[in-house]
Design a protein. Structure first.
Length: 405
C-alpha cells in the first residue's frame, strides 16, 4: 500500500467521528503513532475536490486528505509537518476526459492550513480547476495564508473564471500575496510577457500577462515590476514575447528561464536570443519548448540563427513536443540534429534536446540529460556544470513525464 494511502486512512481515523472510523479501519492508537515519521511528510498533499467528485476526477497521486479536513489533523502530525514539510501540493482531478466536465459543486478549503507555522517550507503547488468556492474570498485567503512566504510557486493550474481567491480573474491579487517568490512556474502555458494590442487580435479575447508595460492600464497581469526583479527562475512565458524589445535588466537575477511557443519561426530566434540576453544579464540556463514550428525549421541554412544564442549561457535546452515534425531531411537521427545546432552555438554553450520518438530517431550516440525522464530541466533543480556542457538527447513521452512528477 502506498504511504499516502496509509496516511489518508490515519487521518480519516483521527479526524472523523471515532465510531464510524473505527468500523472502517479498526486501527489502534499504537498504529497511528507509527506514522509521524518526518520522511513521510516532506510533501504534504491535499485535495480540494468537492464531495460529489466523480471517479475519473480523483487525483493520480493520492492526497493525505482534503484541505478542510487538515484543520482537524492530530496535533502530533501537524507538529511534524511544521518542522519537516518542504512542499505543499494542493490539487484536484486535473483535466477531465473528453466529453466530461469538472464537478459543479464548489470546493471548500475550510480553515485549511490556518495556524500552521512552517519552519522549512520552500515550495507550493496549486492545481485547482474547479471554478467556485463555497467560501468567501477572505476565508479562502486565510486558509492558505501560512503558504505566502514560500520562495517557489510551481506547477500551477487555476480556473479562468470565478471571483474567489483561486481564480485568474483576480490573478494580480493572488500573486501579490506570494510576495517572496523567486522561482515561478506560471499557471498557464504561453503567458505573454507584457500586454500588447496585437494580443487581442491573436487570441480573440482577454488574456493574462506577466507584466504590464509602463504607463498602460491592464488588469490581468500576474506580477509588478518589483516582483519581477526578484525572480531567479521562471517558466511559462511565450517565446514570441521576446521578438519585441524589452527593458534591459528586466530580470537582473534570472538564471533559469523556460520559454514556450507554438508555430514559432526559427528566424524569430535571433530577436528572441537578443532580447532575452538584454533582459536577463546573468542567465545560465535557457529552455525553449516548441509545440510546432514554421516551415523554415526544415531548412538547414536557417540553423545559423543559433549563433546568436547568449554566449554566457551554460546550456541551451530545446524541447520539441510530439506535434513538432519539422527538422531538416539530412537530420534523421538525434545525434545529427544535435551536431547541426551545436555547430552554430557560441563556444562553451552546452546543448540538450528532448523530443518525442516520432520526431527524431534515437541512435544511441548521445547520453540522456540529467533531468530524464522529464521533458526538460525542472525549476529549482541543480545541475553540475560539466554535465550541462555535455550534449544530450532525451526521448520523451507523456507517461514518462507523469511518472516523474
Amino acid at each position: 500500500m502506498h504511504n499516502s494511502d496509509i496516511i489518508a486512512r490515519v487521518l480519516e481515523y483521527a479526524c472523523e467521528p471515532k465510531d464510524a472510523a473505527a468500523r472502517k479501519w479498526l486501527v489502534s492508537k499504537a498504529w497511528l503513532r507509527g506514522y509521524d515519521a518526518p520522511a513521510l511528510w516532506r510533501t504534504l498533499k491535499l485535495t480540494a475536490l468537492p464531495a460529489d467528485a466523480p471517479v475519473w476526477a480523483l487525483p493520480a497521486r493520492p492526497a493525505h486528505c482534503t484541505v478542510s479536513l487538515w484543520a482537524r489533523a492530530p496535533q502530533r502530525l501537524r507538529t511534524v509537518v511544521e518542522r519537516h514539510t518542504r512542499c505543499v501540493d494542493i490539487h484536484d482531478g486535473g483535466h477531465p476526459p473528453r466529453g466530461c466536465i469538472l464537478p459543479t459543486t464548489p470546493y471548500t478549503l475550510g480553515s485549511g492550513l490556518a495556524g500552521q507555522d512552517f519552519a522549512r517550507l520552500e515550495k507550493v503547488i496549486i492545481r485547482v480547476q474547479i471554478r467556485h468556492s463555497a467560501q468567501s474570498y477572505a476565508a479562502d485567503r486565510a486558509a492558505l495564508e501560512p503558504l505566502f512566504d514560500v520562495t517557489s510557486l510551481g506547477g500551477g493550474i487555476l480556473p479562468w473564471k470565478g471571483n474567489n481567491f483561486l481564480s485568474l480573474e483576480r490573478s494580480r491579487d493572488f500573486f501579490q500575496h506570494f510576495h517572496n517568490v523567486r522561482i515561478l512556474d506560471l499557471p498557464d502555458k504561453y503567458v505573454p510577457l507584457v500586454f500588447r494590442a496585437e494580443l487581442m487580435s491573436e487570441f480573440g479575447h482577454r488574456t493574462n500577462t506577466l507584466l504590464v508595460q509602463d504607463g498602460e492600464e491592464y488588469a490581468y497581469n500576474f506580477l509588478d515590476r518589483e516582483q519581477a526583479t526578484r525572480l531567479v527562475e521562471l517558466s511559462g512565458i511565450r517565446a514570441g514575447s521576446f521578438r519585441h524589445p524589452v527593458p534591459a535588466g528586466l530580470f537582473p537575477h534570472m538564471t533559469n528561464l523556460e520559454l514556450c511557443d507554438s508555430h514559432l519561426s526559427i528566424q524569430d530566434l535571433a530577436a528572441v536570443f537578443a532580447n532575452v540576453s538584454a533582459a536577463c544579464p546573468i542567465l545560465e540556463l535557457l529552455s525553449l519548448e516548441i509545440d510546432n514550428g514554421r516551415a523554415d525549421w526544415c531548412e538547414r541554412e536557417s540553423y545559423s540563427v543559433f549563433a546568436h544564442a547568449p554566449p554566457r549561457l551554460k546550456a541551451l535546452c530545446l524541447m520539441l513536443d510530439s506535434v513538432f515534425r519539422m527538422v531538416p531531411s539530412s537530420c534523421e537521427t538525434a545525434s545529427q540534429f544535435v551536431a547541426l545546432v551545436q555547430g552554430h552555438l557560441p563556444t562553451g554553450v552546452g546543448f540538450h534536446v528532448s523530443s518525442s520518438n516520432k520526431t527524431l530517431e534515437d541512435d544511441g550516440a548521445l547520453p540522456v540529460a540529467p533531468w530524464a525522464p522529464a521533458f526538460g530541466p525542472s525549476l529549482g533543480g541543480t545541475y553540475d556544470d560539466a554535465v550541462l556542457a555535455r550534449a544530450t538527447f532525451t526521448p520523451w513521452n507523456e507517461s514518462d513525464s507523469e511518472e516523474e512528477e
